[in-house]
Design a protein around this ligand. Structure first.
Ligand SMILES: [Mg+2]
Length: 420
């Protein structure tokens, strides 16, 4: 049976919510993130504003220069969270196997739901209608045999559309698209590839693995695999809901702009560790080995793995090791392009690796993390932080990271990150 993955992405989410509350904004260029003279950055722009070159993460003042007629709004995180939960509630009706990837997008594993919802395209239209009915907000849905293809498809389906890429058609469909369409390829990679005259995904897909390996390392080989529609590499080979027997679980984050901000880098490590360990717990496993992945601005990539003193499913244990590995490899001021956290070497919790001394306090922490996991099930991965699962001094940073997930609302003067 072919896997069927949906990627649902709300269209200009913040702007759409604002328009629900004030219909006079319909059809007009709207910028959410702050006043036109404020120092912050754009967190969302309507399609009308994007036509003038306005995009998220751009300084508000630049946006005002490009599109002076735009209406500037401060944004309302409470309202966006509310609608995010509404979206999540609709998704839950279609499948429990879902992952809120951010406040306004989700992956759904719809494999084997044919009897319940009909063929994938019909199911997607029902979902599209259900979202519109409950939230009155527009969204787009991509259907593919993998997360990667589904995500690219939803982007191509915008606005307010549904697009299915049939199994076997992935490579041919991706080929004519610009390389930038692929999650994980940002401006820097785009420029790097352009030096080799590679501008389309089909051109990237055709490259020889050996050439890619020498030019970009394993990462380049993975990238070409993605350009052929294969799900290689961390996030996109991840799981949706419960599945059996993973060999490793990992999450990666590519910064929109290379960062040397120690606090932001640390907050990202916290988030990645949380996501990975959440899945480890979902699978009822203990991780024996953890690995840090670090890619610098010049594309040098290194991975450092370490065996845990005792296998664990607790964020804190893993984070401690990840931080140590990071501190060993990163010098202040160095610009980082990508961070990744991976867990492997799994065993099951009843195999007795836990020392008796730790057992009691670990049990308490485990219960707390379970509660956090449940909240995340309800409200989405990024809406709830597991600050409670970490010691006090990390709470502020986790909270900080959450701000980023809300795409800089209200203005924090911080650059936007995306999980691309
Ligand atoms: Mg969106």
């Amino acid at each position: 049976m072919n896997p069927v993955v949906f990627h649902l992405d709300m269209d200009a989410f913040f702007v759409s919510v604002e328009r629900l509350r004030d219909p006079s904004l319909l059809g007009k260029p709207v910028v959410v993130g702050g006043g036109r003279n404020e120092r912050g950055v754009v967190s969302a722009a309507s399609y009308e504003a994007r036509r003038f070159g306005v995009h998220s993460a751009m300084p508000l003042r630049n946006a005002a220069r490009l599109c002076p007629q735009a209406i500037f709004l401060p944004g309302d995180r409470k309202a966006y969270s509310h609608y995010s939960r509404e979206v999540n509630a609709v998704l839950q009706q279609f499948t429990p196997k879902l992952d809120m990837a951010s406040i306004d997008e989700a992956y759904l594993d719809m494999s084997g739901t044919q009897r319940l919802w009909g063929p994938p395209l019909a199911a997607a239209h029902k979902l599209h209608e259900a979202i519109a009915e409950r939230t009155k907000l527009p969204c787009s849905i991509g259907i593919g045999s993998s997360r990667l293809v589904a995500k690219v498809a939803s982007d191509q389906a915008k606005p307010n559309g549904v697009l299915q890429i049939l199994p076997g058609e992935e490579a041919a469909w991706l080929a004519p698209l610009p390389v930038r369409r692929l999650p994980g390829i940002g401006k820097a990679t785009e420029e790097q590839l352009a030096k080799w005259n590679i501008r389309l995904l089909g051109e990237l897909a055709r490259l020889d693995d050996r050439f890619l390996n020498t030019q970009f390392g394993k990462w380049g080989v993975d990238l070409a695999g993605k350009a052929r529609g294969l799900d290689s590499g961390a996030w996109f080979s991840g799981f949706i809901g419960k599945e059996g027997d993973p060999r490793s679980i990992s999450h990666e984050h590519t910064f929109t702009e290379d960062s040397s901000d120690g606090e932001m880098l640390d907050a990202t490590l916290v988030r990645l560790t949380e996501k990975v360990m959440r899945r480890v717990r979902d699978q009822q496993l203990l991780a024996g080995v953890v690995q840090l992945k670090l890619r610098f601005a010049d594309f040098t990539t290194l991975t450092r793995a370490q065996t845990l003193r005792s296998a664990s499913d607790i964020d804190r244990d893993v984070l401690e090791v990840i931080r140590r590995l990071f501190r060993r490899e990163w010098k202040a001021g160095q610009k980082v392009r990508l961070l990744g956290v991976q867990a492997s070497g799994f065993s099951s919790p009843d195999a007795g690796q836990e020392s008796l001394l730790d057992a009691d306090s670990n049990e308490r922490r485990r219960r707390m993390l379970k509660t956090v996991d449940l909240l995340r099930d309800r409200f989405g991965e990024k809406v709830v932080t597991s600050a409670g699962g970490l010691s006090g001094d990390h709470q502020a940073r986790v909270h900080d990271q959450m701000q980023n997930d809300f795409e800089n609302l209200p203005n924090r003067g911080r650059k936007k990150q995306s999980d691309k």
